[in-house]
Design a protein around this ligand. Sequence first.
Ligand SMILES: Cc1cc2nc3c(=O)[nH]c(=O)nc-3n(C[C@H](O)[C@H](O)[C@H](O)COP(=O)(O)OP(=O)(O)OC[C@H]3O[C@@H](n4cnc5c(N)ncnc54)[C@H](O)[C@@H]3O)c2cc1C
Ligand code: FES
Length: 256
Amino acid sequence: MSRLIADLKVIRNKKLNNDFFLLELSGGDHKLPEMKPGQFVQAKVEGSPETFLRRPLSIHDVDYGANTFMLLVQLAGKGTRQLSTLKNGDLLNLVFPLGNSFSMPAQGEKILLVGGGCGIAPLLFLANTLKKNGHVPDILLGFRNKDRIIEYEHYLKIGKVFVTTDDGSVGEKGFVTNHSMLINNSYRRIFCCGPESMMRAVAAWAKENDSICEVSLENLMACGIGACLCCVVDTVKGHQCSCIDGPVFNIKDLKW
Ligand SMILES: Cc1cc2nc3c(=O)[nH]c(=O)nc-3n(C[C@H](O)[C@H](O)[C@H](O)COP(=O)(O)OP(=O)(O)OC[C@H]3O[C@@H](n4cnc5c(N)ncnc54)[C@H](O)[C@@H]3O)c2cc1C
Ligand code: FES
């Protein structure tokens, strides 16, 4: 699959709440390359020496018809704050698409998507792709509280949505793995992205329930192309780079 370095035009920068914003980017006259759910971009942050390294961001959704795609960004530090100031018409330099992707299930498999915090970023593209392929996944989303809930309505168009919040302000109180929907359900395949503690808990549940489970790791990255080794993951197959062998890993390959 070809990788590009290109300037993409910002056509929308929408603040979703105090923590998240959505960037919509256009390929302009250049047709966007094929992108797969789970892949990411390395975004160049202009404007300060501290943000010299590109920032990895998941491909949030793609509209090939409109030749556009989206990034969902959580404000974390200087880089993401700088990206939040982009305006319509500004150019954002990206290296993309990078990394591997979630595997596509066979027809009829019962599927669960689990996301928490900014870990929901790669799941919308995955959910829309699954829907196009005839799957109706269940979706379990965890947020800190009601004010942090984003994009709920998008997921409702795809499958049954279950929510937990840390304070119980919406959905069930607690972590995603405490949700009562897990008591009477079993899944052939689980796709998960979120904080590592959440992914480990979901992986443990998947193991107990004999589900295939893939997680998208958000290890710190620098080059994004397998050259610096700063994103190495210790797996049963030896050390692997999260940026090229991942970010998506089957939990049976992780030493969790
Ligand atoms: C493959 C991949 C996909 C990602 N996709 C998304 C996405 O779609 N949306 C999104 O908002 N974020 C995503 N992230 C996380 C994002 O890259 C970081 O939040 C971002 O690089 C922080 O940059 P900053 O300059 O704003 O913060 P910095 O000033 O660099 O750091 C601020 C704080 O964020 C923490 N941080 C930095 N990088 C990461 C990281 N990789 N994971 C967790 N914490 C980090 C730092 O430890 C520090 O505490 C992804 C990370 C990876 C590896
Ligand atoms: S980020 Fe450099 S090797 Fe993965």
